[in-house]
Ligand binder design. Structure first.
Ligand code: PMP
Length: 416
């Protein structure tokens, strides 16, 4: 039956969705529905919540900031939370990243990154406009983000709006050299401005993992050809892969890095695109046409910046990496029981993320099994949103072994 609510939900086919739970309270790794029952948030509410829902120091920082500031125009003005946060972000990322541009979502962080890259080359007097991206990538749902993302079901209707990019094969295990060779060949074209990658793991593209050594080699090839490297750390940032940022695991310093989601601990929207000094310098000119023409009304919202600053302090004062390591050990132990189980294949894990594929005749995002799996988990009070036949867990770092065990028990109970 068609819902009477006027709300149109994201990535939701209302014709098949079924009833949509109304959540009235969140706590730790749990969502509480209006009828009182609790749902375990095994995917951190779309990968944003890191320490747990309503993590006290972050909520306290938000409350405190609301006593001082609301929104302040960020063109020609600044404020303490934005300044302090930018200094922290520069301090905790690669030393090459020296400037911080704020926006509001992962998609806008990517748009900003692409615009920075093109602006850099234009203002440097070189005609480099082509972007390279990985097959299967997902970088958001704005036009630029969709353009660099894999073409397919997510963006097919908008194809006429999307710009052409150079696509590199995903570095599947054993076939990494193909990717590196394709990158090297593509970079010989002097029109290439930048390569954009999700470091170490494709998120919405199916939780596909590749080795840090491959990322490091991609960075070296880019450097050799003067091609900018954009790291989209929107999903991978803030500990998901076991390190604060995934690039650290490969010893890679990108020219541009995008962060959002866990930036505020997942409480409130905020994004930042960090860039190197040469990129800022290329836009720094008395010629006002070289201004970086990107804005959004809510750029660097002070309350969001205060939340992010509190999140950085949590990272500095609490053993977050150890919590993630403990979570990774729980996954590793739990995944073992599915090895040799004929229903599953490609059992994999990176830090706090675990994934496995169900063996079905129609793999992919629209696999028939997808909606059935979603209902299977929801019926057990578990929020798991399989990507087609790919089941993954990405729980908040406060999740316990018993909580995570419930999800693995539910996976074990799947009947094909
Ligand atoms: N990049 C990556 C790697 C993502 O996973 C996502 C969102 N899942 C985005 C960009 C877009 O972020 P947002 O949904 O906040 O716009």
């Amino acid at each position: 039956m068609r819902s009477t609510s006027p709300v149109w939900h994201p990535f939701t086919q209302h014709a098949v969705q079924g009833e949509i739970p109304t959540i009235v309270r969140t706590e730790g790794a749990w969502l509480e529905a209006e009828d009182g029952h609790r749902i375990f948030d095994a995917i951190s509410s779309w990968w944003v919540v890191t320490h747990g829902h309503r993590y006290p120091p972050i909520m306290a920082a938000i409350r405190a900031e609301t006593e001082r500031l609301d929104q302040v125009i960020f063109a020609g003005f600044t404020h303490p939370p934005a300044e302090a946060l930018a200094r922290e972000l520069v301090a905790i990322t690669a030393p090459e990243l020296t400037h911080v541009f704020y926006s509001d979502s992962g998609s806008t962080a990517v748009e900003v990154a692409l615009k920075m890259a093109l602006g850099f080359w234009l203002h440097s007097g070189e005609n480099r406009r082509r972007i390279l991206a990985l097959e299967g990538a997902y970088h958001g749902d704005t036009i630029g983000g969709m353009s660099v993302g894999e073409r397919g079901v997510f963006n097919a209707p908008y194809e006429p709006l999307l710009f052409d990019v150079g696509r590199l094969p995903f570095p599947h295990h054993g076939r990494e050299q193909q990717t590196l060779d394709a990158l090297d060949a593509a970079c010989r074209d002097h029109a290439v401005a930048a390569l954009i990658v999700e470091p170490l793991i494709l998120g919405a593209g199916g939780m596909l993992i590749y080795a840090p050594a491959v990322l490091a080699e991609m960075a070296r090839i880019c450097r050799r050809h003067g091609v900018l490297l954009i790291a989209d750390e929107v999903m991978t940032g803030w500990g998901r892969t076991g390190a604060l940022f995934a690039c650290e695991q490969a010893g890679v310093a990108p020219d541009i890095a995008c962060t959002s989601k866990g930036l505020t601990g997942g409480v409130i929207p905020l994004a930042a695109t960090l860039c190197s000094e040469p990129i800022f310098a290329a836009h720094y000119d008395e010629d006002r046409r070289k201004t970086f023409f990107h804005s959004s009304s809510y750029t660097a919202n002070p309350i969001a910046c205060a939340a992010a600053l509190a999140n950085v302090k949590v990272w500095q004062s609490e053993p977050v990496i150890q919590r993630i390591a403990a979570l990774a050990a729980i996954h590793a132990k739990a995944l073992d029981r599915f090895r040799g189980d004929k229903r599953f294949e490609n059992i994999r894990q990176l830090g706090s993320i675990a994934a496995l594929d169900l063996v079905v005749p129609d793999a992919g995002y629209l696999a028939d099994i997808g909606p059935r799996l979603y209902r299977h988990f929801l019926a057990r009070d578990l929020l798991v949103r399989p990507l087609g036949n790919t089941i993954y867990l990405m729980p908040p770092y406060c999740s316990t072994e018993a909580e995570i065990g419930r999800v693995y028990d539910a996976i074990a109970a799947i009947e094909l």
